[in-house]
Design a binder for this molecule. Sequence first.
Ligand code: BTN
Length: 281
Amino acid sequence: MSPQPGFLDMLRLMRYEGGAGWLGEGDVLSIGSPLARAVELHAEIGSTQARARELAKDGASDGTLVASRIQTGGRGRLGRLWGSPAGGLWMSLVLRPAFEARFAPRITQSAAVGVAKALRGFGAGAEIKWPNDLLVGGRKICGILAESSLERGRDLDFVILGVGLNANLDVEDLGVEDDRATTLRRELGRDMAMVDILGGILGGLEREFGRIEAFEGVLADWRLLNCTLGRRVRVVRLGEALEGEAVDVTGEGALVLRTGNGFVELFEGEIENLRPEGRWG
Ligand code: BTN
């Protein structure tokens, strides 16, 4: 016979069931964000990113938010799986920016700045690791995935912006090594109401998107908030390993590396920080 749950078990159960609150449509609409004027919430879905893309293809308007309490097939950059148990904020936004397709990378960089500032507002000292990972104390707390539609002429049809934030859960729930990931719960020592987390994130995104046309300000903040520039890094590109010092980031989202053979611009890839003497950091 299984024992009756004790007080601590009950607390854990309440958290798992959304004790700090999952989201209702009214909660989301009450935030009043132009990024979430239409809302689709799920208890469980494969991927909010895939669902938002479906909706966008069917004509969903700018400012449509899809979020799910659990994702069973969450996707990260470079086709990786993204573990998405209950307690995280797993969401995707349909955006229809009114600018040319060549400016699409600005969305990724603005989003990283907006989310980093929101996390700092919550009390978690987030930094941006190129291209758009949010780390606290070197551990990943949030991933951002911006995917553009195929161009229609020179304009973007839509961008799907996915945000995966490890919020009210423990690192063990994510099934990744402890030194690679962290959660808001771990950093703050408490859970936050999901509607407050979402409100902060949407507010941060809205502010940065509001200055996307005059991009220098966003880029300056990206440089201030990042933990990549000034470090020796290693990246594998087209099967070839490149090492160098990360010296700058461009308005097109490229990382500028100073290598033994000159400067190289990287547009995609996974970088590893190296210690100055070239050992893995
Ligand atoms: C990364 O690789 O760092 C990006 C991860 C993005 C994950 C989010 S969770 C919500 C949305 N749905 C997905 O399937 N992926 C994104």
